[in-house]
Design a protein around this ligand. Sequence first.
Ligand SMILES: [Zn+2]
Length: 451
Amino acid sequence: MRLAVRGGLVVTERETRRADVIVAGERIEAVLDPGAGAAEEEIAAHGLLVLPGVVDAHVHVNEPGRAEWEGWRAATRGAAAGGVTTVADMPLNSLPPTLDGAAFDAKRAFAEREAIVDFALWGGLVGDDPAPLRELRGRGVVGVKAFMCPSGVDEFAHLDPDALEPALHAAAAAGLLVAVHAEDEDAVAHATRELRAAGRRDPAAWEPSRPIPAEVRAIECLGRAARIGGATVHVVHASNAGAVDAAARCRIAGARMTIETCPHYLTFDASDLGRIGPPLKCAPPVRTSAERERLWRSVREGAVDLVASDHSPCPRELKERGDIWDVWGGVAGVQFTLAALLTEGVHRRGLGESALARLLAGAPARLLGIADRKGAIRAGLDADLALVDPEREWTVTARELEARNGVSAYLGRRFRGKVVRTIVRGRTVYRDGEVVADGGAARFIAREGSS
Ligand SMILES: [Zn+2]
């Protein structure tokens, strides 16, 4: 069975050109001049961008164990609606956390039953015991995640400065990439104590409680530990350009380090915390509008390796209890990464379409070791495509939002650029506002060479 996506502007990391994508079964067979090639089924893509499906390197699905927070079906419905064709799930907020082979197997089974888009899995790094790391590596995790400050859940320990280097060494010995939440624990604790002592309980207090130097200091510490431990590290969710600059300095000093940012740091600013409140609480926090613009410069200059959603939903009650210190942190955004980058990047700040293909698909696929199957529109790769109307303006409504608990900082947000169709391995999973797939067809995507 052959499918032709005809007449669209096909976006690669090098160029945007009018072309037809010919799909045979689950794979891209060829990218041809318009009108060439024969197919039984045709999709008209005139006026649309044909992008590689988004590879979201950072989502929290929370199932098994906290399915009431989101779960595989709900999270991947949002992914499908957002042009995301592969999600890489973080090891924590599910129960058990993905810390060994048995926990991995349990999560994979849930995802294979429920997910609508393809998925990869991160394991966890909470110490230097090599045995569970070897199990995770053997099962094909894309890497392991570690925290340099408390993770927010009791069952996932963080690494204090003394534990960091031996843990990184153990991960390196097991051949595992390490994704790191880099905020300095002491700096955050100190700033938080002062604000609380001053009686602050309002959402605007969240930003200064986790100051930029806490990120910079942690990244510098991580760079040293990574060099000594021989590890390859990836800094998740950098909120500001100072963090990006710190990563660049670590690389110059010899560390193997990449860095990501998230759409919420590129879309919102600290003044939105007062307006939106808890749905926008995340760690590190969104920064001032001046910092947001500096971060955009870093993105445009190519200093940020990739953009991932850090999708992290929770029940409504956890966003509504007590004050800003009590509410759960996390932004539900897997559905909006592409729309946010089109709106804020391509339309507002001159980001090239090829940069989109790199930041949202090519670079994450390479980081995760899945670029032999995912992340580009090229013959031989999986036919994962996001068809986008670049000019369509729309507002995120409750009806539009795919999230189990209906909470998202993006509710009410106006976007220019909308996903109109999402295709996973040749199969349409989302079309014109409706998710049109059920769970069960998704595939686990192992890191290349892991088994
Ligand atoms: Zn996260």
